[in-house]
Design a protein around this ligand. Structure first.
Ligand SMILES: Nc1nc2c(ncn2[C@@H]2O[C@H](COP(=O)(O)OP(=O)(O)OP(=O)(O)O)[C@@H](O)[C@H]2O)c(=O)[nH]1
Ligand SMILES: [Mg+2]
Length: 509
């Protein structure tokens, strides 16, 4: 119920302002310093990849040197901050789509405000000191009417406590941002910037960090188009740099392309290593279950409960997990299963961000045997969350048997007394309190057996022969009951159809 807590946080003021004709919205906006490419001093003209692409240049097809690779990856991850450091007291401005307010206890807009508030509180030292809902008809194109803007400006200017504004829209055009910042006298951020910053903070592995860097490229690109510095330079006539035949903007664009190529290449390298691990894993034939769901629904907590892995530390935070990790657990038949913890989904998450992570999701998806969709059923917008997750999964072009066999898990039932899943096949659990886990494990086992063509059999084998050691090697032995007087044993195994066929051929008796 984090969202509700956030929505009714003490000290939070909720306003609705203005009515009238909204102002048109322009092109997408990135919040980057205009000179982001050269400001780092790492890959501007002074770096190995100077304006003419000397040194490794675009680097495609270069011979690989592990030290250079490491160095290059670190360089790619060296960027300017997205948001100001230190404490921020934020005014949250939410354009509220008209007609959405229903008879529910809290409206859709209020839950969206709660989610946005939770995003802000994820940031160290950031708090929401004021919330303003602004009615709008078409949130995708226009934000405010003239009257709303005037009201807002008065409110924000009249509250010196406010140090920045979070406009809860997916993306904001650069000119709009500039206009609003000039009017309000503080920095203005959109959802993309905030989410991207959280991603940056929470990505731990190099792969996840590079994926975030890749997601930032379109922002840098559109920022260049709107960069007054280079427009100004062109205006002053310094169009070409040092007789290179390229304008400042062309050089910046080329450096950006080089950077993108390098990030993609670095990601390919890391993926190559992952594929190798996967092949090793496949050899041992551990079934894989990918655990997916909306952010904060309890994926990590559930995996911890299913595996007993004490190193896992779930956090009450959006996007706590950004790195795909794998954890081994045991099913009722003692079959070992690998649970894959994945990044959570969020509605209105900008496409670039999803795309940069989708390779990992897709990759994991194609190597798995079962998808477990975890839902937070205590969340009032649980249905919208489910729709967001399903539409993202559909976009990943997964094999249809995988989608058809998806297991739906309804989590946090401890927060909904008397909960009974409306979907007949859904499993109700409380990952936190450990409720419903044995039933869930049994269901996972059945689904895995179906999906992987395995079966659980009890075979009678002679102790003197090689059957038992063969079974230990080729199948999962769950239980051995020795029959001393017969010199035999009853062996309960989980075995693939192919292995069972071999067993019958090798030991026809
Ligand atoms: N009451 C209750 N809280 C739960 C339950 N499962 C998880 N939580 C809490 O929900 C919060 C988020 O849990 P996580 O396991 O980190 O959620 P997640 O889906 O992995 O989140 P992201 O990695 O950020 O996408 C934590 O504070 C958990 O303690 C549950 O069954 N009941
Ligand atoms: Mg998690």
């Amino acid at each position: 119920m984090w969202a509700l807590r956030a929505a009714v946080r003490p000290g939070l003021r909720l306003f609705r302002v203005g009515r009238g004709r909204p102002v048109p919205r322009t092109v997408p906006w990135p919040h980057y310093p205009a000179n982001a490419l050269s400001a780092t001093g790492r890959w501007g003209s002074g770096s190995r990849d100077g304006p003419r692409g000397g040194g490794r240049g675009s680097g495609v097809g270069d011979e690989e040197d592990p030290h250079n690779e490491e160095e290059e990856e670190e360089e790619l991850l060296c960027r300017d901050p997205l948001l100001p450091a230190g404490t921020q007291r934020v005014c949250l401005v939410h354009p509220e789509v008209k007609g959405e307010a229903g008879k529910q206890r809290l409206t859709r807009a209020e839950w969206q405000v709660a989610e946005a508030t939770a995003l802000v509180h994820t940031l160290d030292g950031w708090s929401v000191v004021q919330t303003v809902l602004v009615p709008t008809r078409t949130p995708d194109r226009k934000f405010f009417s003239k009257g709303s803007l005037e009201d807002l400006t008065e409110k924000i200017r009249g509250c010196p406590e406010i140090t920045s504004v979070f406009l809860n829209v997916e993306r904001m055009a650069v000119p709009t941002k500039r206009e609003l910042e000039a009017a309000w006298g503080v920095e203005v951020f959109d959802r993309f910037t905030i989410v991207l910053h959280i991603f940056r903070c929470n990505a731990r592995t190099k792969e996840a960090r590079l994926q975030v860097a890749l997601a930032e490229i379109p922002l840098l690109r559109s920022n260049l188009k709107n960069d007054p510095t280079h427009l100004g330079q062109q205006g002053r006539g310094s169009r070409y740099i040092m007789g290179s035949g390229e304008s400042f903007s062309q050089i910046q664009q080329r450096l950006l392309r080089d950077k993108e190529v390098k990030i993609r290449r670095a990601l390919e390298r890391l993926r190559g290593k992952r594929h190798l691990l996967r092949r090793q894993r496949t050899k041992r034939e551990f079934p894989v279950v990918s655990v997916v769901g909306y952010t904060n629904c309890g994926k990590t907590t559930l995996i911890k409960a299913l595996t007993g892995d004490t190193t896992i530390q779930p956090r009450d935070q959006l996007f706590a997990t950004l790195d795909v990790t794998t954890h081994a657990g045991s099913l009722p038949s003692r079959m070992t299963v690998l649970y894959v913890d994945t990044i959570g989904f969020l509605s209105q998450l900008p496409h670039g961000l999803i795309e940069s992570f989708s390779a990992t999701l897709e990759d994991m998806a194609h190597s798995q045997d079962l998808i477990m969709h975890v839902r937070d059923v205590s969340h009032p917008d649980s249905e919208l969350q489910k729709a967001t997750v399903l539409s993202t999964l559909l976009g990943l072009r997964l094999p249809s048997p995988l989608l058809d066999s998806m297991l739906e898990v309804h989590n946090k039932v401890d927060l909904v007394p008397g909960y009974c899943p409306p979907e007949p096949n859904a499993m109700a659990v409380s990952a936190l309190l450990g409720r419903g886990l044995e039933e869930l494990k049994a269901e996972v086992e059945e689904a895995i057996l179906r999906a992987t063509g395995r079966r659980v059999l009890t075979l009678r084998v002679m102790l003197a022969g090689p059957q038992l050691s063969w079974l230990y090697k080729e199948a999962t032995v769950q239980q051995v009951d020795v029959l001393p007087e017969a010199g035999a044993a009853l062996v309960k195994v989980t075995i693939s159809n192919a292995a069972y066929g071999k067993f019958q051929k090798l030991f026809p008796e």
